[in-house]
Design a protein around this ligand. Structure first.
Ligand SMILES: [Zn+2]
Length: 237
């Protein structure tokens, strides 16, 4: 006999995301969607005893750095272990596409510096089956993943791709005084120096600054934005 529901989560504490008080209920799933919330007799095709657990909508994490991990792993852990069902990566201007072969080490070192991901992990894990951003998306798509994700074009990768070493070296480095002066609108890339020793090593030429900025030409942000406007879509962050 067919079941009314494919899956029933039994006796969980539902926190429905509306701000309403938590309540105990069964949650029934049919065809991949929540079909009913309440108390159900009978059995679903599958049953999960959720007593003592929270049953919630999936969380969306809009700031992550799975750009490398999503290439070498199907599991976007730990986010996927914490109830996150969608992530956005490519944040903080760091990532791996677009990228020419000669610039791979550079982008790895930037990611290591910003996010404390050890260089050896990325060097071993990245397959570099891409040069363009579109090819990077294709590479991501070839692997199934445990949660959904969206990715942004990271500014540092785009800048180096467009400008070559000039994009990496034409660094206009400012210390805390610049930061405090309120000149932030022109700043696109930010490195926050952590205590991580590799970062100190990689950025030793900047030593003495506890916050480091690379300032593009002031026309750069507006140029990128106007290009995006012409395309008629996209999100600037
Ligand atoms: Zn970040």
């Amino acid at each position: 006999m067919p079941h009314a529901f494919d899956l029933v989560l039994r006796n969980g504490t539902v926190v429905d995301g509306t701000g309403a008080a938590p309540f105990d209920a069964d949650v029934a799933i049919k065809d991949g969607r929540i079909a009913a919330i309440g108390a159900f007799a009978g059995h679903g095709g599958d049953e999960i005893d959720a007593k003592g657990f929270l049953v919630t909508p999936g969380f969306v994490d809009i700031h992550t750095h799975y750009d490398g991990q999503a290439i070498w792993s199907s599991n976007l852990a730990p986010s996927s272990q914490h109830g996150v069902t969608s992530v956005v990566m490519g944040n903080c201007g760091v990532g791996f596409a677009p990228c020419r072969e000669a610039d791979r080490d550079l982008l790895v070192s930037v990611m290591e510096g910003v996010e404390d991901i050890p260089e050896v992990v990325m060097t071993k894990g990245l397959s570099w089956e891409w040069e363009s951003f579109a090819q990077y998306l294709d590479a991501l798509e070839r692997r199934p993943h445990d949660i959904d994700f969206a990715t942004q074009i990271p500014h540092s990768a785009l800048r180096v791709y467009a400008m070559g070493r000039r994009g990496a070296d034409r660094d206009h480095v400012f210390g805390r005084g610049f930061f405090d002066s309120g000149c932030l609108p022109a700043t696109l890339i930010r490195w926050r120096v952590s205590k991580h020793q590799s970062l100190i090593r990689d950025l030793s030429r900047f030593s003495g600054y506890d916050r480091i900025f690379v300032e593009p030409d002031r026309c750069e942000p507006s140029g990128l934005q106007s290009h995006q406007r012409q395309r008629g879509y996209g999100v600037w962050r």
